[in-house]
Structures are given as C-alpha cells and as structure tokens.
Design a protein around this ligand. Structure first.
Ligand code: SF4
Length: 87
C-alpha cells in the first residue's frame, strides 16, 4: 500500500489517540515496531514522540496495550480520519 495516496482529514482539536504520561518502556518499544505508519518514535532520552496525523486506524496499538500506555484510543469523529485510496 502506498500511504502517500491516502487522504487524511485531521481533527486538530481532538486527538483520537493520546499516549499516557508515564508509559511502560518495554511496551513503547513494541508500539514503535507494531505501528504500520511509524507514528511512534523513541527519542534518545527514552521519551516518546507520537503524531496521530498519519494514523491508519488499524487498531494495532490499541490491541497491544491498555490505558496505562494509551490514555485515549478511539476512532476519529465522523468526517475525520483516513480515506484509503488504492491504485
Ligand atoms: S491505530 Fe494503527 S496506524 Fe494508528 S497509531 Fe495505532 S498502530 Fe499506528
């Protein structure tokens, strides 16, 4: 799949995924590996960078962890999110 062909409508006021303040480091490493869009990044100091703007809404990160790691996970509100474009 070519992600650049997708169309995103971003809700800048309400992120649909919010990492928790002090997530487990081991699970963070798994998040970095599981996200097909590469939205989770571990910084050299061990902190997490996350950008929900390119989310594919696959749910992999939600399945991997609970609210101790992701304080919020929900689908974007109606009219927002990803539209997949193939071909
Ligand atoms: S739902 Fe999928 S694409 Fe979106 S942040 Fe989680 S793993 Fe990445």
């Amino acid at each position: 799949m070519k992600l650049s062909k997708n169309h995103y409508v971003i809700d800048e006021n309400q992120p649909h995924i919010i990492p928790a303040d002090h997530p487990d480091r081991q699970i963070l490493r798994q998040l970095v590996n599981v996200c097909p869009a590469g939205l989770y990044q571990l910084n050299p100091d061990g902190s997490l960078s996350f950008d929900y703007h390119g989310c594919l809404e696959c749910g992999s990160c939600r399945l991997l962890c609970d609210e101790k790691t992701l304080a919020r996970w929900r689908y974007p509100a109606a009219g927002y999110g990803v539209t997949f474009r193939f071909g």
